[in-house]
Design a protein around this ligand. Structure first.
Ligand SMILES: [Zn+2]
Length: 381
């Protein structure tokens, strides 16, 4: 990144902190005003009901469910549709399926419209058969045939669901837009292919390619992950499954097909085979969510790449990474599960299309407030 760009970002950061403080103050003023009015009205006429907000004001909800180092990310759109990205692990007596169903209930849904399987490793597809016993599912989305012999058993168990005839099935290709209502979910990678056409105008040169080492070629299912870029109003959210650094380079070098994202769901649980600077520093995430386990993902070098990303405001993690220690983990208030006995705490984003969102840590029951109404639009695309 050029010095000019860098100084622009620094200035915007400062301006933005002020703006955020102002809008936080405003939010509190509004809150107290409403609370006062609530009490006055409450005194005058009880009981009364508050009407449901119009659909346009309903938020996008995203649950980062703790499946102990696997993935299970649930999107519930303002249109009431749901997209679950991955199903966690097999076995463990329905642990991951039950955690997903708990999140679905919290979001007020009773079925999953779309379940996207990024690839056929146990921490992603393994939970699918148990999940299908716990909650109705409409449609499965995946990259097509399994490509790794070691994953064949897991794939066969998933394929049995598809072959039952109970579900619709979509094989995703780069450039496809998933039919889910309320968000735009565009497929960026699938089955080892990456999107060829830049999104939103011409692609931009990616200066991070030059100082990022050429990674080894990965021959497992990981680089075949279905990756999606979700757009919701002004917000962009990127989830590339366990896409490895060789494929990140193919996607982002020498020209990147898209620029910044607000929320980066850290590839591969923050494991150091993924999340290269060629990707992370090119997309300049404001927020990173790492779905690591205590002993899986969350590698020191991968966490450091995220933390040194030029536009990062906060890194959140599902677990304290034992390998990374306090030097590399994020601050504990941003971690859903510390080193205590595991409680399966989750993180939840509640987002408005205007670029305002909160992140709830279910362990502390506290939310952080983020306002990207202005800032992100001024960054280099
Ligand atoms: Zn994984």
């Amino acid at each position: 990144m050029s010095a000019a760009h860098h100084s622009t970002i620094v200035i915007l950061r400062r301006t933005d902190k002020v703006r955020r403080r102002i809008s936080t103050n405003r939010a509190w003023q509004q809150f107290f005003l409403r609370a006062t009015m609530f009490h006055l009205i409450g005194l005058a006429c009880t009981p009364f009901t508050i009407a449901n907000p119009p659909a346009s004001l309903k938020p996008l909800q995203i649950y980062f469910i703790d499946v102990e180092g696997g993935q299970a990310t649930l999107f519930v759109t303002p249109a009431g549709q749901s997209l679950l990205i991955d199903t966690g692990w097999p076995n463990n007596n329905f642990r991951d399926a039950d955690r997903i169903v708990t999140a679905a209930k919290d979001a007020g849904i009773t079925k999953l419209d779309y379940v996207l399987i990024t690839h056929y490793h146990d921490d992603h597809v393994g939970g699918a058969p148990q999940l299908a016993q716990r909650i109705p599912i409409d449609t499965f989305i995946d990259h097509g045939e399994n490509r790794e012999p070691a994953s064949q058993k897991l794939y066969d168990a998933y394929k049995a669901l598809l072959d039952s005839g109970k579900y619709q099935h979509i094989v995703a290709k780069p450039g496809d837009v998933l039919p889910i209502q309320g968000i735009r979910a565009e497929v960026i990678t699938s089955d080892g292919q990456v999107i060829q056409k830049p999104l939103n105008g011409p692609g931009l040169p990616n200066p991070n390619c030059a100082n990022s080492p050429e990674p080894p070629v990965d021959t497992t299912e990981n680089p075949r992950s279905v990756g999606v870029l979700v757009t919701f109003g002004k917000l962009r959210i990127l989830d590339l499954g366990d896409l490895t650094a060789d494929k990140e380079r193919e996607l982002m070098c020498p020209v990147k097909p898209f620029g910044y994202v607000h929320i980066y769901i850290a590839s591969h649980h923050g494991f150091n085979q993924s999340g290269s600077t060629a990707l992370v520093h090119a997309i300049m995430p404001a927020i990173a969510i790492v779905d690591n386990g205590a002993k899986k993902g969350g590698s020191p070098s991968a966490l450091d790449i995220i933390k040194s990303s030029p536009n990062l405001e906060a890194m959140w993690q599902l677990h304290f990474s034992e390998e990374s220690g306090t030097a590399h983990n994020t601050a504990s208030k941003f971690i859903a599960n510390l080193q205590d006995p595991d409680a399966g705490n989750y993180l939840k984003i509640t987002a408005q299309p205007n670029g305002i969102f909160t992140i709830l840590n279910s362990r502390t029951n506290r939310s952080n407030y983020y306002d990207y109404q202005e800032r992100i639009l001024r960054l280099p695309r």
